[in-house]
Design a protein. Structure first.
Length: 224
C-alpha cells in the first residue's frame, strides 16, 4: 500500500530561507528587443499616421457633402412657393381638361383663346386660395391668435365644408341649370371639390363624399 508523503510546510516565517534576486539580466532577447530590432514601433507609428490622415480626409469629405446638401436645400419660403406652384398649375391643367370636356359634351365649337383665358383666371383664384389654406411648415398658422393645436382641425373643417358644398353644388347645377351655366361653372367647382378632397384626411374625405352622395340620393338626381 503506497504511503502518502506529507509535505513539509514551514511552521513560521523564520523557517523560510531567504535568497538574493537574480540581477544578471535575461540571457535571451525580450519581446521589446525583438520589436525594436524589426522596427515595429516605427511601423506602428507610420500606420497610425496613415489612419489618422485617412480619417481626416473622410471627415473633410463628409463636411463638404453636408455643406453641399445644405446649399441645395431650399428655404421654407422657397419650398412653399414651389409647392404652391406645383399644386395650382396641376389644378389649372385639370380645369383646362374639364373645360374642354364640358364643351365637347354639349357640342360647342371650341375657342381655345377663351379656354386659355379662363384657365389663367382659374389659376389666379387657386393660388389665392391655396397660399393661406394649404398646410406647410412655413405657414403653420391659419388663424392668428387661435391655439396652435387647433390650426389643423380648423383647416380640416374648412376643407370639409368646401368639399361638401362644392360637391353638392356641382350635382345641383348639372341637373338643374342650362348648358351655358354648366360649361361656365362646372370646371372650377369640380377642381375645388377635388382639391378639397385631396387636402382632407381619409375619414373626413369619406364623410364629405357621403354628404354629396346623400344629397344626390335625396333629390333623386342623376350623374351623367
Amino acid at each position: 500500500m503506497a504511503r502518502q508523503r506529507k509535505s513539509k510546510e514551514p511552521k513560521s516565517a523564520a523557517d523560510i530561507k531567504l535568497k538574493q534576486p537574480d540581477r544578471s539580466g535575461p540571457s535571451d532577447k525580450t519581446l521589446l528587443d525583438l520589436a525594436q530590432g524589426k522596427d515595429l514601433f516605427s511601423q506602428a507609428e507610420d500606420r497610425r499616421r496613415e489612419l489618422a490622415k485617412e480619417r481626416g480626409e473622410v471627415v473633410e469629405e463628409r463636411r463638404a457633402e453636408d455643406d453641399e446638401e445644405e446649399r441645395n436645400v431650399l428655404s421654407p419660403g422657397a419650398d412653399r412657393l414651389m409647392e404652391a406652384m406645383l399644386y395650382t398649375i396641376s389644378l389649372s391643367m385639370l380645369h383646362l381638361t374639364f373645360d374642354i370636356l364640358v364643351q365637347k359634351q354639349y357640342g360647342k365649337e371650341m375657342d381655345y383663346r377663351d379656354v386659355a383665358i379662363r384657365t389663367a383666371r382659374a389659376w389666379v383664384v387657386f393660388l389665392i386660395l391655396f397660399w393661406p389654406l394649404h398646410p406647410h411648415e412655413a405657414n403653420p398658422t391659419l388663424l392668428p391668435g387661435f391655439p396652435r393645436k387647433y390650426q389643423q382641425p380648423l383647416r380640416q373643417t374648412i376643407f370639409g365644408i368646401m368639399s361638401a358644398v362644392s360637391g353638392c353644388y356641382l350635382i345641383h347645377i348639372s341637373n338643374n341649370y342650362d348648358y351655358l351655366a354648366v360649361m361656365k361653372q362646372a370646371p372650377p367647382v369640380g377642381c375645388l371639390w377635388l382639391w378639397a378632397v385631396i387636402e382632407l384626411e381619409l375619414v373626413n374625405a369619406v364623410l364629405s363624399l357621403i354628404v354629396a352622395g346623400g344629397y344626390l340620393w335625396y333629390h333623386d338626381y342623376k350623374v351623367y
